[in-house]
Design a protein around this ligand. Structure first.
Ligand SMILES: C[S@@+](CC[C@H](N)C(=O)[O-])C[C@H]1O[C@@H](n2cnc3c(N)ncnc32)[C@H](O)[C@@H]1O
Length: 162
């Protein structure tokens, strides 16, 4: 897996509605390329990257020493369908996933389980962004209070229902 950020991943990171102080969850972070780029854009916020692959998490940790040391980034090996907040862990404002099979529509049962876990890990009004839009699409979650706002630079999101 690539460890340098691609133009496509850069566009995705730039399209996320990031701001200082946000808590961001990346699902299927692979070697942590996007998670690192997000961590650099959220000031004193925090990013958690999760992946079911131990190899991916090892690569992500190995490549993220500075961000981890600064307390801006962590990684955890867990499948999204099993993910839950740990004791004392604050919920996340935004979640995103890029090229993750559990959320690409091909596995409806797995996707339902994943969406349920993501909704539980987000604040009320928390938002989930997936690739496959322009460049992102927002996936509506069960919880009330979700709002569809334009992305940065005026790009709009395509919304799909659970
Ligand atoms: C194609 S890679 C994409 C990595 C990164 N998002 C990117 O775009 O560069 C898919 C990643 O999602 C992870 N993944 C697949 N299914 C998952 C699941 N159910 N829960 C967590 N991670 C998963 C894989 O282990 C892999 O690292």
């Amino acid at each position: 897996m690539a460890t340098e950020i691609s133009p496509r991943l850069t566009a995705i990171v730039e399209a996320l509605p990031l701001r200082p102080g946000l808590r961001v969850l990346e699902i299927g972070c692979g070697p942590g390329v996007a998670a690192r780029a997000v961590a650099r854009r959220i000031g004193g916020g925090h990013v958690l990257g999760i992946d079911r692959s131990a190899k991916a998490i090892a690569q992500a940790v190995a490549g993220s020493g500075a961000e981890i040391a600064a307390g801006r980034l962590r990684f955890r090996r867990v499948a999204v369908e099993d993910f839950e907040l740990q004791e004392g862990e604050q919920p996340y404002d935004i979640a995103f996933a890029v090229r993750v099979g559990a959320l690409d529509g091909r596995h409806p049962e797995l996707e339902r389980a994943a969406l349920d876990r993501i909704a539980r890990a987000l604040v009320k009004g928390g938002r989930l962004f997936l690739d496959g839009g322009d460049p992102l699409r927002e996936r509506a979650l069960r919880s009330p209070g979700d709002c569809a706002a334009p992305l940065r630079d005026g790009r709009m999101l395509r919304r799909t229902q659970t």
